[in-house]
Design a protein around this ligand. Structure first.
Ligand code: NDP
Length: 398
């Protein structure tokens, strides 16, 4: 028997909950708690035949509301699939009620587009002392990228020296402009300054100024842009032999042109303005008029390809290694009603929760995915719809 509360009812939650229902031997008692209860009801109605799900309304910015909810339903685990802004309030409520925690994105203050792990790592001792586990960043990137790196370090390398995480979305959703996960979080991430790690220090670049064509399996060549991404911070810490760590993401020209216009006209701003006596945040208003990422799956075609290109040494000789997963938007939609970006995030969140409930990923403290044994997670990826592939001794292109 297990009792899980999932917070949030967007695209990622839709996939995670449906996958939990497909693993109903482990997930036996499920509640979806979110701001707009009708969205939770919609997900619950689609899986009621396999797993009855409770739904409740909660404001996850409010610790007291969360504590009341956790005290009433006494879950074993809370899976946070709301937004990064809610990470700390949910972790506070977990500590107050003796509940374990898992999320897919690290904390970021609403008024500053600057994510970092130190806020959540600061909870480590309190989770340890309470005998509770917190698993951070258990989506694909971060999440699977940490597991891939840990798996490579465990099985294929004596030392890892370079890591390039490559994230390609070669899909077409047939909208002039749409983001694949929460637009506010997505645009904040992409418009930040670029940053990568090299020779013991962090180096910054102008936003999207460093780019090059890379080849992706079964997709071909795509222009790939250097971005700062949160898992670089934890991976550099946990694999101290890394001399360089970077993150690359593909964007089409049409997407970049829209993004530039959005920025030029001030719609990407996170600072509140007054409009007809009401305070609005331009990027939050923009989110309200853009397509909902959870609803763009129906006509989405093409694939995603996310992986790790790793260089290092094995038995004293240089080794290059590429591990990746390709996911098809339409296949993801047929299975869960959501596109592949929600799918590649929601499935790992479910796997992390499953391994926690099975006792395989359970250790008091606050952990990133690369700090657990990667092997059971890798096995689940193959079984739950995210098969991975390895290539050895190839040109990493970077
Ligand atoms: P959505 O915006 O589609 O869904 C977010 C959900 O959280 C919505 O249901 C929203 O409610 C709810 N929510 C927001 N604020 C609150 C609040 N204060 N209280 C209660 N519920 C709230 O986002 P996605 O599903 O696309 O993304 C979910 C998370 O996954 C994000 O944190 C995102 O950064 C992360 N992510 C991680 C990836 C990875 O690979 N690691 C990749 C992609 C996403 P409402 O419906 O009322 O707005």
């Amino acid at each position: 028997m297990s009792k899980v509360i999932v917070i949030g009812a967007g695209g990622v939650s839709t996939v995670a909950v449906k996958k939990m229902a497909m693993n109903a031997d482990v997930f036996t008692d499920l509640t979806i708690a979110t701001r707009t209860k009708s969205k939770a009801d919609r997900i619950a109605s689609e899986i009621r035949h396999t797993l009855p799900v409770n739904t409740v309304q909660v404001d996850a910015d409010n610790v007291h509301e969360l504590i009341a909810l956790f005290k009433a339903s006494k879950p074993d685990l809370v899976v946070n699939l709301a937004l990064p802004y809610q990470d700390l309030t949910i972790m506070d409520a977990c500590l107050a009620c003796g509940v374990n925690y898992l999320d897919t994105a690290n904390y970021e203050p609403v008024d500053e587009a600057k994510y970092a792990y130190h806020w959540q790592w600061a909870y480590k001792v309190r989770f340890e002392q309470a005998g509770l586990t917190a698993i951070l960043g258990c989506g694909f990137d971060p999440g699977v990228t940490g597991v891939f790196t840990a798996y490579a370090a465990k099985h294929h390398f004596d030392e890892v020296h370079s890591l390039d995480i490559v994230d390609c979305n070669a899909g077409d959703h047939h909208h002039p402009f749409a983001t694949n996960f929460n637009p506010e979080i997505n645009i904040r991430e992409i418009t930040q300054r670029g940053k990568y790690y090299e020779d013991g220090e962090w180096k910054e670049t102008e936003p999207l100024s460093v780019h090059r064509p890379l080849h992706y399996p079964h997709i071909g060549e795509r222009e790939s842009y250097l971005l700062y991404h949160e898992e670089l911070e934890s991976l550099v810490k946990h694999f101290p032999t890394l001399r360089r760590a970077r993150f690359w993401m593909t964007f089409g020209q049409e997407y970049l042109t829209h993004l530039q216009v959005i920025q030029n006209i001030g719609m990407a701003s996170i600072h509140p303005i007054r409009y007809k006596g009401i305070e609005i945040v331009p990027i939050q208003f923009l989110r309200a008029v853009l397509p909902d990422p959870g609803d763009i799956g129906e006509n989405y075609t093409g694939q995603t390809s996310i992986g790790c290109r790793i260089g290092g040494i094995r038995h004293g000789k240089p080794l290059s290694y590429y591990i990746y997963n390709n996911s098809d938007h339409h296949t993801a939609y047929l299975e869960t009603g959501a596109q592949a970006v929600s799918y590649t995030t929601g499935v790992p969140a479910m796997i992390g929760a499953k391994l926690f409930l099975q006792g395989l990923w359970q250790r008091p403290g606050v952990w990133n995915t690369e700090e657990f044994d990667p092997d059971p997670f890798m096995k689940e990826l193959n079984e739950q719809g995210l098969p991975w592939h390895e290539e050895f001794g190839i040109d990493l292109e970077i």
